[in-house]
Write a protein that binds this ligand. Structure first.
Ligand code: M6R
Length: 615
C-alpha cells in the first residue's frame, strides 16, 4: 500500500521522483504528491486521483527545480482520497515534508498532544503528526536523521517514512518498521523507494533495510542506524532484472505482458533446482534435512491468489509426502490460536513478501517455535527476511494488481517443496520424483501452447460483457482453480463471481442457476481419478438442465464433456496434480478481456493495491 520515492543527487529530483512514482503506482492510486528542496525552501504539490492529475498540476504550476526530493502515491487508509489527505504532509512552517506508508496506530494521542502545544493539523491522516513531530525534534537537534530516530521511537504501528527538511538541503532521511523500504546507490546519487522498480532505471545496486532502521541519504553515500542510533548491519545486493522488465514492452497492459511471460517464468522457477542426476537441490531451503524429517504437519498461510496456490499445494503435499497439510487465510490464522509446535512446518506464500497479514501469521508461527519457509517473488522483502528459509519464485517483477505469473510460479515452487519433502523423507522414490520433474519441465511449453489458442476465450469474454454474474466450478485441484478464476473476475471486471466445489453445488448454490447464467467448469483429467471426471460430467448436466450456459475447460481428447459444453476451452493433457498450471491461464485471459470490454482499468482495478501492507 502506498509507494514512496526519495532522491538526492545531481539530477532533477522532480523528474526522478515522478518517474519512480509511475513505476510504483501499482501500490496505490488514490492520490499522489511530491516535495522538492530548492534554494533553502521547500516546494510541494499534491493531487487526489491518479498520478496523471499531479502531472497536470505540475505543468500548470511548475515547482522550482531542485536536486533533493520525495514523492508518494497513496492507497488511502486514514482519511479519504482528497488533496488535503494526499502526501507529502508539511509542518506549519512548511520546512519539513514527509511521506508515509503504513498505519501509525497511536496517531490520535500524538495529534492531541501536538494540538495542545499549538500545532494546527489540516488533514484526516495519521501521517501528518510525523511532520509536526519532526519539525519539533529538528529544531532541538538540527539533525534530520536524529530527529527521525527520536520520532520513530514514539510511533506505534507499521510505517515507512521518508522526509526532507529545508534546513538540511542535501539529505533525505527514511525509516522503516514493518513496511518496505529499499535504498538504491548510484554514482554521486542515492534513492529510497518502496520497491527497486522505482530506481532500477538509474542503478541496480541496492541495500536492504532492516526492521527499525533509519537511513540518511547523501550524494556521497548512505548511513544506516537503528532507531537507537547504533550503526546497523545491512545487506547490499545486485538487482538481477533491468528496467525493461518493469515496462509494458509493447503490451497495452502489464497484465497482458505478465500473462504472456508465464512460460518463461515457470521455466525460470525450475532453473538450477534439479541436479544432473535429476534430483532436487533446493539449496535455499536452509532448514536441515533432519528437521524436515521430523515435520509432522505442514501449515500454509497466504492471502488472495497466493492462498489459492496454497490450496492446490495441499493436494500435492499430502499426496506425495503423506504429511497432513492445512491451508489458512493469513488474516485469520493467528486469531484462532492455531496448534503449532517445532514439528510444524509453516509455508508462507507471498508474491510481494510484504503482505502484512502473511507477515503477522509467520511471526506468530515462529513465536510458537515452528519453522517458516517462505515462497516469495521479491528478493530482500520482509517475509523471506523473517523466515527460516526461502524459495524464491523467479517470475520477475509483477506490476499488474491482478496476480498471474506469480501464481503459476508459486505453484511450481510449492510442487518443488512437496517433492523435496518427499525426497528427504523417502516417501517418493527417486524415479518418481524425476518423472514429476520431467512433467513439470514440459509445462512451460504447454502454457505457451494454451496462450496461442486464446482468441475464442477473448471473444467469449466480450460476448458476456453485460452479464452480472459468472459462476466457477471445479473438483479436486480444479476447485482452487475455480476460486482463482472467480477472484480474477471480481477484481478486474467488478462482476459477481463465485467459485464452488462442483460437488457442493447441490447443497445450496444450485439455486443460483437460472437461464443463460454463465458457469465455467474446470474438468479434471479423465486419465486421473476417473470417478472425479465422471462426477463433474454429471454436475455439468445438472446445471445445463437448469438453463446454465456451460463454459467447459477440459483437456484435449476428453470427448465425454463435449455434448454438454456450450463453449469448450481445450487445455493440454497434464498429470492431474499439475493441471492448475494450464487450466488457470484461460481464466486469466477471460477476466482480463472482460475487464477491457467493460471499460475497466486492467492494471489498476478500483479500490485495490498490489501490495497490502496493512492488516
Ligand atoms: O503479495 P502477496 O502474494 O502476498 O499478495 C497476496 C494478495 O494480496 C494477492 O494475491 C491479491 O489477491 C491479488 N490482487 C490477486 O490477483
Amino acid at each position: 500500500m502506498c509507494g514512496i520515492v526519495g532522491y538526492v543527487g545531481p539530477q532533477s529530483a522532480l523528474d526522478v521522483v515522478v518517474a519512480g512514482l509511475k513505476r510504483l503506482e501499482y501500490r496505490g492510486y488514490d492520490s499522489a504528491g511530491v516535495a522538492v528542496l530548492s534554494d533553502g525552501s521547500l516546494a510541494a504539490a499534491k493531487r487526489a486521483g491518479k498520478l496523471v492529475n499531479l502531472e497536470k498540476a505540475l505543468v500548470e504550476r511548475p515547482l522550482p527545480s531542485g536536486t533533493t526530493g520525495i514523492g508518494h502515491t497513496r492507497w488511502a487508509t486514514h482519511g479519504g482520497p482528497t488533496d488535503a489527505n494526499a502526501h507529502p504532509h508539511l509542518d506549519n512552517a512548511g520546512r519539513v515534508a514527509v511521506v508515509h506508508n503504513g498505519i501509525i496506530e497511536n496517531f490520535a494521542v500524538l495529534r492531541a498532544e501536538l494540538e495542545e502545544r499549538g500545532h494546527a493539523l489540516d488533514s484526516e491522516t495519521d501521517t501528518e503528526v510525523v511532520a509536526h513531530l519532526l519539525a519539533e525534534e529538528f529544531s532541538a537537534t538540527a539533525d534530520l536523521a536524529e530527529a527521525m530516530r527520536l520520532v520513530c521511537r514514539r510511533l506505534e504501528g507499521a510505517f515507512t517514512l521518508v522526509a526532507v527538511h529545508a534546513d538540511d538541503p542535501d539529505v533525505v532521511v527514511g525509516a522503516r518498521r514493518n513496511s518496505p523500504l529499499v535504498v538504491g546507490v548510484g554514482e554521486g546519487e542515492a534513492f529510497l523507494a518502496s520497491d527497486v522498480a522505482a530506481f532500477i532505471a538509474h542503478t541496480r545496486s541496492a541495500i536492504e533495510l532492516g526492521q527499525d532502521q533509519v537511513v540518511e541519504l547523501r550524494r556521497d553515500g548512505v548511513t544506516v542506524t537503528g532507531f537507537d542510533g547504533r550503526p546497523a548491519d545491512v545487506r547490499s545486493y545486485h538487482v538481477d532484472w533491468d528496467a525493461s522488465a518493469a515496462e509494458k514492452g509493447g503490451y497495452d497492459y502489464f497484465m497482458l505482458k505478465e500473462i504472456a511471460e508465464q512460460p518463461k517464468a515457470v521455466a525460470d522457477t525450475l532453473l538450477g533446482r534439479i541436479d544432473a542426476a535429476g534430483s532436487l537441490t533446493l539449496d535455499e531451503v536452509r532448514i536441515s534435512t533432519a528437521e524436515l524429517r521430523e515435520v509432522d504437519k505442514v501449515v500454509i498461510v497466504a492471502c488472495g491468489t497466493a492462498f489459492h496456490a496454497g490450496l492446490i499445494a495441499k493436494y500435492a503435499i499430502e499426496h506425495w509426502t503423506r504429511i497432513p497439510c492445512e491451508v489458512e487465510l493469513a488474516s485469520e490464522f493467528r486469531y484462532r490460536d492455531p496448534i503449532l509446535d517445532p514439528r510444524t512446518l509453516v509455508i508462507a506464500i507471498s508474491q510481494s513478501g510484504e503482505t502484512m497479514d502473511t507477515l503477522m501469521a509467520l511471526r506468530h508461527a515462529r513465536e510458537q517455535g515452528s519453522k517458516v519457509l517462505a515462497i516469495c517473488n521479491t528478493n530482500g522483502s520482509t517475509i523471506p527476511r523473517e523466515s527460516d528459509a526461502v524459495l524464491y519464485t523467479h517470475a520477475g517483477p509483477e506490476v499488474a494488481v491482478a496476480s498471474t505469473k506469480a501464481f503459476l510460479t508459486q505453484l511450481v515452487a510449492c510442487y518443488l517443496v512437496a517433492l523435496y519433502l518427499g525426497q528427504v523423507r523417502g516417501t517418493k522414490w527417486g524415479d518418481e520424483i524425476r518423472a514429476v520433474i520431467r512433467d513439470l519441465s514440459k509445462i512451460s511449453q504447454e502454457v505457451e501452447r494454451v496462450l496461442k489458442t486464446m482468441e475464442p476465450v477473448r471473444e467469449l469474454a466480450r460476448s458476456l460483457a453485460t452479464k452480472n454474474t459468472v459462476l466457477f466450478l471445479g473438483r479436486h485441484v480444479g476447485y482452487p482453480v475455480a476460486l482463482e478464476g472467480a477472484l480474477k473476475l471480481k477484481e478486474l471486471a467488478y462482476m459477481h463471481a463465485e467459485g464452488f466445489a462442483a460437488g457442493e453445488l447441490k447443497h445450496g448454490p444450485i439455486a443460483l442457476i437460472e437461464k443463460d447464467l454463465p458457469v465455467v467448469v474446470v474438468v479434471p483429467s479423465p486419465r486421473g481419478r476417473s470417478v472425479l471426471h465422471d462426477k463433474i460430467v454429471s454436475n455439468i448436466q445438472e446445471i445445463r438442465a437448469r438453463g446454465a450456459r456451460t463454459i467447459v475447460i477440459a483437456e484435449e481428447g476428453d470427448e465425454a464433456v463435449a455434448p454438454y459444453a456450450d463453449h469448450l476451452i481445450r487445455i493440454p493433457a497434464t498429470p492431474t496434480l499439475l493441471q492448475p498450471l494450464v487450466a488457470t491461464v484461460p481464466l486469466q485471459v477471460f477476466a482480463c478481456e472482460l475487464a477491457t470490454a467493460r471499460g475497466n482499468e486492467v492494471d489498476q482495478p478500483r479500490n485495490l493495491a498490489k501490495s497490502v501492507t496493512v492488516e
